[in-house]
Design a binder for this molecule. Sequence first.
Ligand SMILES: Nc1ncnc2c1ncn2[C@@H]1O[C@H](COP(=O)(O)OP(=O)(O)OP(=O)(O)O)[C@@H](O)[C@H]1O
Length: 474
Amino acid sequence: MANPIQRVLLIEDTESLAKVYKAYLRDSAVVVEHVTTFADAKVKLANQLPSLVLLDLNLPDHDGIDILRMLHNSGCTVPVIVITAHGSVETAVEAMRLGAYDFVSKPVEARRLQVTVNNALSFYALNRLVDKYETQHTRAGFHGFVGASTPMQAVYQMIERSADSRATVFVLGESGTGKEVCAEALHQAGSRQGQAFVPLNCAAIPKELVESELFGHIKGAFTGAQKDRQGCIQAADKGTLFLDEICEMELDLQAKLLRCLQSGKVQPVGSDTLIDVDVRIICASNRDPWKEVEAGRFREDLYYRLHVVPITLPPLRRRGDDVLLLAKRFLQQYGSEEGKRFVGFSRQAEWTLSKFGWPGNVRQLQNVMRQLAVIHPGGKVAQEDLPAPLSQVVCEPPRDTPAQFQWSQPGSDSSTPPPAPVEEAGAPQSLADIERQAIEDAITRCEGNITQAASLLEVSPSTIYRKMQVWQQA
Ligand SMILES: Nc1ncnc2c1ncn2[C@@H]1O[C@H](COP(=O)(O)OP(=O)(O)OP(=O)(O)O)[C@@H](O)[C@H]1O
């Protein structure tokens, strides 16, 4: 297909020079439209954007740099080549700052003009192609993420858009959905990527030590503080601090964190000195932070300071075919670590994987695949090869009726379907019911020990406690 005609808008108040430039560009396969004033240029640009603007800064009715400023402020990516007789360094710098593609001093040589115009047009065409490709292309992964589902495309876009900002991102999502992966992606996709990424899990550290972990301490600040120690905030200076499980932070510490964020200064425990820091904060929680505010466990002022850009990670059960994409990727990875080659799953195994509720999300899927890679000899994985809790699921591939699951009774042989016909099996269960049943079953099997049940299901105990709280309130 022939290339479309490229339109060049020439903004030049001297008619004779305009004629010269048009002559120079005669062989460049462009149509040159010429205006002599700022006002006419504005009208032309408002009617139709050209492929390129050739701009003389010295116009009779206005400073030409304002054309550049106008295009820049509107986010327009049309390349602008600035031509001026008054080629001062300041003007050149200002023009470049406003996004000018090139800066050409008068008298303009024919070859110089032809080369810069042709280069700018190719550059612009390429940029448009990349933009088109990026918006149309569905990504099967992004930084540490694997996933091509629509909800994950929205997550990738949010990460891309907020990566370069200093605004705090609050990552929300159930346990194991990839909140830390998201924080790292935000760091890697942004301009702080070469600097430190410091994660701090506020729930994993004894409460009395969190303050010193965050702000650092000086020697003698408390018993056991034998030397000065830098905290995470200082360690993340110029980079990113990831505060995981932020809702677990004590209220008095929340107040100190807020002061630090507002002042941009950190005060180590036991010290009078305030130290300047430049840190981008990303925080995460698997609780709803606003509910924590309402319950009086999270400061409202800190909530507003942190909850600037929320990114919610969908649970794995809402990611459609991503389950299989992830399962295959993990199995391949762990299989090759075990020196085995896997060729995928049987149809029924795929169906079970994709219809299972995955209460522990990607982390649980990861662990199931790791287990499979160890216990399975390699090749194709069948339904009966799937480890617990999937092995306990009797599933029936869909016919005309909705998908259905049952937990097999103790003593039954899951490797020998045939699955019960839908009518005999009772009413179809929702995913929430299946998840509840799985959790209750695990708790019974572990004789009420929540920690053991959590480890059996590959989720954190707090996930189970949270679910139980929801059931009690229902
Ligand atoms: N989309 C994904 N692609 C590949 N790996 C993933 C994805 N999501 C999560 N993971 C992996 O799953 C595991 C759990 O992820 P991560 O720790 O980020 O979850 P989390 O939401 O922070 O969990 P928690 O709330 O329990 O802290 C990690 O090993 C991570 O690498």
